[in-house]
Design a protein around this ligand. Structure first.
Ligand code: PEP
Ligand code: MN
Length: 263
């Protein structure tokens, strides 16, 4: 169902009235994790000021260590909803448990399935059974073929509102947190009809590489760019090393606008 051979025209995913994959580049910025209403609202204000439509933030955080901040859970989703309503922004947030999919639909606009859960087949089926756009991230060590099959699980349940997101894969290279597989973008666009995003934060793990990686993503045909922004990254409860502060975000966005094709 995801194959370009089955459907030639691009799938446009509609998120709170905003069209993703219609030829314009969509931007999804926001903190790694929801920490408080004030923290999310501050980032939302900056996003809104740029005329952007979407915000991200994790309420359920899949952390490597069980002793690290695990996210605010349902409380985090409630904060996101409050911010979304106040600023009229669409919210992207990760869900890790199939049992939370139904509830999540009341609070968020896009269900994110994270890299660590790309092959959590029960989660994929649950996300496929609801009428909510899904942003599916590539697994840490998944081939493109496995990634496409994971998307197929969602479509097979009847939900075709799926966005694919390249977020880097694990290789022997340690200079970056993961290796951004930039050619995955045109391959996924050739093989499937779904919109393809590039997450520059989790792929590079380096603040100094966010801008060049985002420019590369746009140049190679990505439908959207995701990056993390925090009012004070130094005290962030996760991903402190690579989130942009609000001033860096302004500079990043000014620069990136020069790379966006003018429609
Ligand atoms: C995230 O986007 O919050 C995240 C945890 O990313 P990934 O699943 O790509 O590691
Ligand atoms: Mn993060």
């Amino acid at each position: 169902l995801v194959s370009r051979k089955k459907k030639q025209e691009d799938t446009v995913v509609t998120v709170r009235g905003h069209k993703v994959g219609d030829g314009n580049v969509t931007f999804v910025f926001g903190p790694c994790a929801v920490e408080s209403y004030e923290q999310v609202a501050e980032v939302a204000k900056s996003i809104k000021g740029k005329g952007l439509k979407m915000i991200r933030g994790g309420a359920y955080k899949p952390r490597t260590s069980p002793y690290d901040f695990q996210g605010l859970g349902l409380e985090g989703l409630k904060i996101l909803k409050r911010v979304a309503d106040e600023f009229d922004l669409a919210v992207v947030s990760e869900i890790v448990n199939p049992a939370d999919i139904e509830t999540a639909c009341e609070y968020i606009d896009v269900i994110q399935i994270g890299a660590r859960n790309m092959q959590n087949f029960e989660l994929l089926k649950a996300a496929g059974s609801v009428k909510k756009p899904v942003l599916l991230k590539r697994g840490l060590a998944a081939t493109i073929d496995e990634f496409i099959n994971a998307a197929e699980y969602i479509l097979a349940q009847g939900n075709d509102q799926v966005i694919l997101c390249e977020r880097g894969i694990r290789t022997y290279e340690r200079a970056t947190r993961n290796t951004l597989d930039i050619t995955a973008v045109p391959i996924l666009k050739q093989e499937t009809h779904l919109p393809v995003f590039v997450d520059v934060t989790h792929s590079t793990g380096r603040r100094d590489l966010l801008l060049p990686a985002a420019k590369a993503g746009i140049a190679i045909g990505a439908d959207g760019i995701m990056a993390e922004v925090h009012p004070d990254p130094a005290v962030a409860l996760s991903d402190a090393a690579q989130q942009m502060n609000l001033q860096q975000f302004d500079e990043f966005y000014d620069e990136i606008l020069k790379s966006v094709p003018v429609k």
